[in-house]
Design a protein around this ligand. Sequence first.
Ligand SMILES: C[S@@+](CC[C@H](N)C(=O)[O-])C[C@H]1O[C@@H](n2cnc3c(N)ncnc32)[C@H](O)[C@@H]1O
Length: 239
Amino acid sequence: MADRRETSRTAGRRAGLDKRPADVAAMFDGVAERYDVTNTVLSAGLDASWRRATREALGARPGQTVLDVAAGTAVSTVELASGGVRAIACDFSQGMLRAGAARPVPKVAGDAMALPLADESVDGVVISFGLRNVADPDAALREFRRVTRPGGTLVVCEFSSPTWAPFRTVYIEYLMRALPRIARAVSSNPDAYVYLAESIRAWPDQPALAGRLQDAGWADVAWHNLTGGIVALHRARRV
Ligand SMILES: C[S@@+](CC[C@H](N)C(=O)[O-])C[C@H]1O[C@@H](n2cnc3c(N)ncnc32)[C@H](O)[C@@H]1O
């Protein structure tokens, strides 16, 4: 993971790359109102297919309980809840949870690094576009293991590194130049999308993140790329 420190903030409207929890929560409170629509615009509609692939990678069965950490407006949780799976949304941004209040899934306020759940109480944990925003991702990965029963599954859906170098160059241009401009037209907190671009660039690539999962005690770690590696799904098993 890049070790760059970014501390500039605009009165809590965006977090720095040190990802202080209060700043991150305040930043998401600020984007909550238009979060879903902004996502769909910035991803050119690909977000729905990424969420579907996340549910398929998890492979939860009817009657199983899964925890969607950093669930935001619960748009990711609703996808997981299809087919009789009990999916619970957990997030520390009250604004994001409120913006998703109409979504028919159970919701709980909580921090990824100290989940309000008992040991070995869920069959699976998913975190979509959330781990990159957590102040201590390694502590969160250990916490996900604590709440997952033996044999259970973790899926991390996160922005990653396109594998074909020319595509990676074009993508980074999009991230650093076009994306913040588009966000200015669509989002209720455009500064947050400058943070988005910077945090994606500073995030570990696929093999490095796999190593972090292993170090946190997860077994059978594997990943596959979506959209050329713009997004990667890491999957692991609790032993
Ligand atoms: C980009 S949103 C992702 C929301 C949703 N999972 C999705 O796929 O659209 C990131 C979410 O992570 C949450 N988050 C960041 N750090 C967190 C933490 N330590 N504990 C709980 N939620 C956290 C933010 O509040 C925000 O709602």
